[in-house]
Write a protein that binds this ligand. Structure first.
Ligand code: DAH
Length: 347
């Protein structure tokens, strides 16, 4: 056996023993550098192949490759052993605090929606549902909306199939612009008395900004019976405001116009930020608009086959995003939809 081969074999033996004695990964890396690194023992020995007589080269070359291979295997095996030992030592360290994961929770819009529904359920309302894809008839015509109203144009409402249909046709499909068509669907199916709330998503062709989105949520209310009055409406919304915003919340009505109610009102709640004194959020007025409402227009009753001579009712509709913004003091609606967990985890 020529000298170089001998040296290779003793290197293998020494390195293997040293490897068995190594106890940590840094020690192992250090040993590996000394043996196999660019300036290590193995490359130095390999360089001597040039001086081996030509006839012996194939044999010595083979030995070099075999030793190199065995060393690589030995280092790999020992690395695996040390890593495994390290992991099991960590797993046994009972003093570690344990791994925590952030807790998930409901989106603020969902929370407000569920809170609102719960309040009305406690007052005796039941939940009714309707489709997001509506007909022009349910969304506008049956609600007494005049054909020339600008909100009906394709600039304001999302229409489907306008290449085949006209946007004034009663059976054209749209994305509902409010939850009020659920009133119509419910009354068509059900005789009075009616006491429902309808939470859901609505769509309008608005340019998104701090207070508008193309899609938003409303909760609609409808109460139909004999001898229902505006006082019933006011009492209901006053109680709702107290439950939603706190015991000190007050409401007031301002005259307004909606085609589906007569008379119509807008309902304000006293500003929860300043308690009615006037601040930036309520623009100094002390009041925040929370709902549109009124006494159901006899025309709407006729459209669903109710007799307006014996039936009376009130209806209201409110935006959920607006209530969430008031309740959680959020100044830009878009924050609610960016899905940035740093924001959402605050609620
Ligand atoms: N649908 C109205 C809107 O989207 C809100 C509304 C006003 C609903 C008065 C009603 C109502 O039921 O009576 O602006």
């Amino acid at each position: 056996m020529i000298a170089l081969e001998q040296e290779l074999h003793s290197l293998l033996a020494e390195a293997t023993t040293a490897l068995d004695n190594v106890q940590t990964l840094p020690e192992l890396e250090e040993l590996k550098g000394r043996v196999m690194g660019r300036k290590g023992t193995l490359p130095a020995l390999m360089a001597q192949l040039g001086q081996v007589p030509a006839a012996d080269k194939p044999v010595v070359g083979k030995t070099i490759n075999a030793v190199k291979q065995q060393l690589q295997n030995a280092f790999e095996t020992r690395t695996g052993q040390l890593q495994a030992a390290g992991t099991s030592r960590r797993a046994l360290d009972v003093s570690l605090p344990g791994r925590t994961r952030p807790l998930g929770h409901k989106h603020p819009i969902t929370q407000v929606m569920e809170d609102a529904v719960a309040i009305f359920r406690r007052m005796g309302f039941i939940v009714a549902d309707g489709p997001d894809l509506e007909s022009v008839w349910h969304n506008f015509d049956a609600l007494n909306s005049p054909q020339e109203h600008p909100s009906r144009t394709p600039e304001d409402t999302f229409y489907f199939d306008l290449d085949r249909k006209h946007w004034l046709d009663s059976d054209t499909t749209i994305l509902r612009t409010h939850t009020s068509p659920v009133q119509i669907r419910y009354m068509l199916k059900q005789k009075p008395p009616v006491r429902i709330v309808c939470p859901g998503r609505c769509y309008r062709r608005d340019t998104p900004d701090a207070t508008h989105g193309m899609s938003f949520h409303q909760i609609e209310g409808l109460y139909v019976d004999r001898n229902v009055s505006l006082a019933d409406l006011k009492g209901t919304l006053a109680l709702y405001a107290q439950e939603m915003f706190g015991k000190d919340a007050k409401v007031r009505f301002r005259p307004h116009f909606f085609p589906f109610t007569e008379p119509s009102v807008e309902c304000d709640a006293s500003c929860i930020i300043c308690n009615g004194k006037g601040c930036r959020v309520c623009k100094g007025s002390g009041w925040l608009e929370i709902a549109g409402a009124g006494m159901v227009n006899p025309e709407v009753f006729r459209n669903v086959g109710y007799d307006p001579e014996i039936t009376t009712g009130y209806a209201f509709g409110m935006g959920i995003e607006r209530i969430a913004m008031i309740k959680y003091a959020i100044s830009d609606l878009r924050l609610l939809y960016d899905n940035d967990l740093r924001f959402l985890h605050q609620f």
